[in-house]
Design a protein around this ligand. Structure first.
Ligand code: KIV
Length: 285
């Protein structure tokens, strides 16, 4: 579904909501060393509506593979999924900058493949930026997209799309060689032009050093409070899942609330006390 309507009196396309009111790429880039950037994932219109007033950045993460679709990893996530959820999040928000993850297999082959798929994401969703995983190997692609009007968020450290190569989701950078590689990756994509850089699942000192040395703001997840901003998977921080990674702090207990509500509903249906007088229709007297 399109994020645009045509105004029949002027024949002009009206983006809904108006993107001009949103936080922009330059505005977030300028937050380096300033007020921390607040970011959360969002995959649906309603969550976007609720999160938007509190966030600078809403990321339509490919974590939707596990969170929404019950997939075993982000590897099977498709471009169609990202476009559909990206458009829903744009429709549900007006303030935060919306960025959409490029799914595994949609950008690694060549800068040209990445441009084709990133431009499709921006056209179909109305989002302002894409995020892609990888360091030195992706620097050329980040430069190619950035030079052609596609703002890119980098993502280094623990890169979940590489789970098969990494052998799991353990935090990265415990030994000197791995730490040096993560820092080299961070610098490579930052120098290639990404306007934000996600640092995921890395030893704290790596995050601090990357934040100190790269020009763009860093966004930590399992990284450090000294990053220029933080992101979490919303459903994790809302307590929707019993088991979460160590770096998640639960700011709510949605799983408990949903279970209680479902239990109360089931009890009332069973007792025939729902629907009650207030929820049924009778002919007007
Ligand atoms: O897919 C995702 O949700 C992410 C973030 C949590 C950084 O990449």
């Amino acid at each position: 579904m399109s994020t645009y309507t045509i105004d029949s009196s002027t024949s002009r396309a009206n983006p809904q909501p108006t993107p001009g009111k949103r936080l922009t790429v330059p505005a977030l880039r300028d937050r380096k060393g300033g007020a921390p950037i607040v970011a959360l994932t969002a995959y649906t219109m309603r969550f976007a509506q609720l999160l938007d007033p509190h966030c600078d950045l809403l990321l339509v993460g490919d974590s939707l593979g596990q969170v929404i679709y019950g997939l075993p990893s982000t590897v099977p996530v498709t471009l169609d999924m990202m476009c559909n959820h990206g458009a829903a999040v744009v429709r549900g928000s007006w303030h935060a900058l919306v960025a959409v993850d490029m799914p595994f297999g949609s950008y690694e082959e060549s800068p040209e493949q990445a441009f084709r798929n990133a431009s499709r994401i921006l056209k179909e969703t109305g989002a302002a930026a894409v995020k892609l995983e990888g360091g030195e190997a992706m620097a050329e692609t980040v430069a190619f997209l950035s030079a052609r009007g596609i703002p890119v968020i980098g993502h280094v450290g623990l890169t979940p799309q590489a789970v098969n190569a990494l052998g799991g989701y353990r935090a990265r950078g415990r030994d000197d060689a791995e730490a040096a590689k993560i820092l080299a990756d961070a610098r490579a994509v930052a120098e290639a032009g990404c306007f934000l850089l996600v640092l995921e699942g890395v030893m704290e000192e790596i995050a601090v050093e990357a934040t100190r040395t790269v020009a763009c703001p860093t966004i930590g997840i399992g990284a450090s409070a000294q990053c220029d901003g933080q992101i979490l998977v919303t459903e994790d921080m809302l307590g929707l899942f019993e088991r979460t990674p160590r770096f998640v702090r639960k700011f709510g207990d949605l799983a408990g609330e949903i279970s209680q509500a479902a239990e109360a509903y089931a009890a009332e249906v069973t007792a025939r006390s729902f629907p009650g007088e207030g929820q049924i229709y009778r002919p007007k007297a």
